[in-house]
Design a binder for this molecule. Sequence first.
Ligand SMILES: [Zn+2]
Length: 466
Amino acid sequence: MAVPAHDDRDWEFAKKFGMPIVQVVESAKGPVDVNEAAFTDVATGKLVNSGFLNGMEVTEAKKAITEHLVQKGIGTAKTNYKLRDWVFSRQRYWGEPIPIVKCEKCGYVPIPEEQLPLELPEVESYMPTDNGESPLAAMRSWVETTCPCCGQKAERETDTMPQWAGSSWYFIRYIDPHNKEALASPEAMKYWLPVDWYNGGMEHTTLHLLYSRFWHRFLYDQGIVNCPEPYQKRTSHGMILGENGEKMSKSRGNVVNPDDIVNDFGADTLRTYEMFIGAFELSAAWSQEGVKGCRRFLERVWKLQELVQEEEGYSKELETRMHQTIKKVSGDYESLKYNTGIAAMMALINEFYKAGRVTKGEFKTLLILLNPVAPHMTEELWEIMGYEGYLYQAKWPVWEEEKTVEAVIEIAVQVNGKVRATVKLAADADKETAIAAGKEAVADKLTGTVVKEIYVPGRLVNIVQK
Ligand SMILES: [Zn+2]
């Protein structure tokens, strides 16, 4: 393929060898001279000098030419993948040893299968060496061996495999870790594979996803696994950046050590903060103020025990709010929106403090909802309050859809289309009640003759007067 009018390298080639440069895509912005330079901004222009493709945009034309080839029976559409060449060795101790020996006579010889797996030698030091060689190279008793082919002296390969060697398939072994006969039994694979849901760090998404699928394809082609794809669903969580918004690294001096946070603020605070820091899949910058805010939130939850009443169940005032919060938090956890779920619980405890009281039932529900993000403190409160059994075994609270709807709503009252007041109404109030309440609220504004009364349920009352 060559498109000298629209590719710089092709254009230079054509110029050098005096070949014709035929424009096939017009610029949407007006005429261009392809003999002066290649015209490469072809995303929007229409095709010319291209037979039946003339007048189409490039994306359209690509589809049309493919269909044309299929129709003529001279080609089909196909997606090609290209895995780049990949250096599969490292000069370090930790890594799977490569089961190859170097023999002066036979060259590189693989170790026979019955001698596998080749294991790392026990060593005193596995630190990298000064000369750039693998630490294994210094273990002469391990390195020196005999050739499986000719029996003469030979040396083992001392480089080891990269982390991908194991990370691309380890999760298949988790299915059946003690199986000595196979990677995993067919029954176990049938039950577990493909993995329902694989989550990893955003920085591993591209390569790990590519390599593990490549591995899995290979194992499938070899008849070792039972399915061609390793997972049904794959997600990645965002990276937590340093306080300055840059990737954490020693050289930048912006590393936050989780152990320090645990020591200063507690494990529950760290956990709550990490869940609260932002949307699951997005990167977020660390904030010490944010950590403190989460600590304050947990302290407020702890102090709520002083406001707990004997009353079981939910209070009349907060019943709707409780059902709404259970629904919100449950849904948010399921869809990985931990930050908004925690925000809903923060708002809920504000309501408890505003009321100056919280029922036993309300506090119990709060503890269950909060348990996944602050397990230690909530379990402790559960015991202090004398709730039955262990919190982590407690049943998840349920919400009733009809109870999540506000019983009381606020609506605007307009006079001739202008908002003059607001009134609170029962959510199921009928038109007559709403209009009566609205008229009462704007009584001093109703000086003329009322000609029309409009009620938009849940929204507004409009009194039109002359
Ligand atoms: Zn040999």
